[in-house]
Design a protein around this ligand. Structure first.
Ligand code: PEP
Ligand code: MG
Length: 313
C-alpha cells in the first residue's frame, strides 16, 4: 500500500492545495549524477564539491573542475543547480587546505573560512563554475558553507557575482547565522539550511558521534526554532529559504517545514517519493497549524507524536 501511495504522485512538490515546496537533490560527485538527473526532481539543491578535493595532494585545476561540474550540469538543463563551494575541514579534511593541527577542527578553519585564507582556492572554483555554467547554458547558483556573519555573506556573494554568477547564497549551519538570518538575507539571494551542522553546533554535539544521536535529532525544538526564524526572515525578505541537511529527507518533517514557510527541500534521490507524498497529506493552512503545534513541543518525542496524531486532510 505504501509503494502504491508513493507511486501515485509525480512532478513538483506541493501541499494538498497546491502550495509549492520544491523537491531538489543532493549530489556528491559525478558518480550519482546520471541517476540524479533522471530522477523526477526540480533541480539540485546541494552539489557538494568536496569529492574533487579529497584524497589528493594538490587542488584540481580550473580545467579539471570545469569538466567535473559540467558533467553534472549537463543532465540538469532547464533545472536550477546550486553548487556549494569547497567545505574543507572537520569531517571533510583536505590536506592542502586544512592544517590538521587544530584542537577542535569542527570549530576551526573550515568551509568559507578556508576560502578567506586561501583566496586562490575559492576564486579558481568560482571561475570553473562560471565557465561550466556557460558551457552548458545552465541555471547555476552558488552558495558558501559555514557562513557565520552578514559580513562574510556579503563578501562571498559579491565575489561570486563578480564571476558573473547570477544567484549567490549561503548556507545557514552556524547558530549565529540562523539567529541573525534577516541580516544575512539582506546580503544573500537565498539561504539553505544545513541541519546536520546546525544541529551539531546548536546542541554542542559532534555529528559523527552516534552516541549523541538523541541531541542530533532533527525534531529537537531548538533546531526547529532556528529553522522557523530563518524561514520567517526569508519570507520577510521575499527570498527563498531551503533545507539541504538530512532533516529534509524526513517525510514527517516535510509538512512542518512547509508550514514554517520553507520553499525547497534537498535530499537524496531515494527520499524524494516519500517526501513528495507527505507534502500532499495536508493543505498549506493545515501545515501552518501543524508547524505551530510541533514548535510548541517541549522535546523531540512529543513533537513527533503531535505530528503523527495530526489529522490528515
Ligand atoms: C549540513 O551541514 O547539513 C550540510 C548539508 O552540509 P554537510 O553535511 O556537507 O556538512
Ligand atoms: Mg554542513
Amino acid at each position: 500500500a505504501l509503494s502504491e501511495k508513493l507511486a501515485r504522485h509525480r512532478g513538483p512538490g506541493a501541499t494538498a492545495d497546491g502550495h509549492p515546496v520544491k523537491l531538489l537533490l543532493n549530489v556528491g560527485g559525478a558518480g550519482g549524477a546520471a541517476a540524479a538527473a533522471a530522477a523526477d526532481a526540480e533541480g539540485v539543491g546541494l552539489f557538494r564539491t568536496e569529492f574533487l578535493f579529497l584524497d589528493r595532494t594538490e587542488a584540481p585545476t580550473i580545467k579539471e573542475q570545469r569538466a567535473a561540474y559540467g558533467a553534472v550540469l549537463r543532465g540538469f538543463a532547464g533545472r536550477p543547480v546550486v553548487i556549494r563551494t569547497l567545505d574543507a575541514g572537520a569531517d571533510k579534511f583536505v590536506p592542502f587546505a586544512n592544517t590538521g593541527d587544530e584542537p577542535n577542527p569542527a570549530l576551526g578553519v573550515r568551509g568559507y573560512r578556508v576560502g578567506v585564507r586561501n583566496p586562490e582556492l575559492l576564486t579558481a572554483q568560482l571561475e570553473a563554475i562560471s565557465l561550466a555554467a556557460a558551457d552548458h547554458d545552465a541555471d547555476v547558483r552558488v552558495m558558501a558553507p559555514m557562513i557565520a556573519t552578514p559580513a562574510e555573506a556579503a563578501a562571498f556573494c559579491e565575489l561570486a557575482r563578480s564571476y558573473g554568477i547570477g544567484s549567490a547564497g549561503v548556507m545557514i549551519e552556524v547558530p549565529a547565522a540562523a539567529i541573525r538570518a534577516a541580516d544575512i538575507l539582506a546580503e544573500a539571494d537565498f539561504v539553505s539550511i544545513g541541519t546536520n551542522d546546525l544541529s551539531q553546533y546548536t546542541y554542542a554535539a559532534d555529528r559523527l558521534l552516534g552516541e549523541l544521536g538523541e541531541l542530533l535529532d532533527p525534531w529537537q525544538p531548538a533546531l526547529l526554532a532556528l529553522v522557523a526564524n530563518v524561514a520567517a526572515a526569508a519570507r520577510d525578505a521575499g527570498k527563498n529559504a531551503g533545507i539541504c541537511g538530512e532533516a529534509a529527507s524526513d517525510p514527517g518533517l516535510a509538512p512542518v517545514f512547509a508550514g514554517l514557510g520553507i520553499g525547497s527541500l534537498s535530499m537524496s534521490v531515494s527520499a524524494v517519493p516519500a517526501v513528495r507524498a507527505a507534502l500532499k497529506d495536508y493543505t498549506a493552512g493545515q501545515c501552518a497549524i501543524l508547524a505551530r503545534e510541533v514548535l510548541s513541543a517541549p522535546d523531540a518525542p512529543t513533537a513527533r507524536k503531535i505530528a503523527e496524531e495530526f489529522p490528515a486532510d
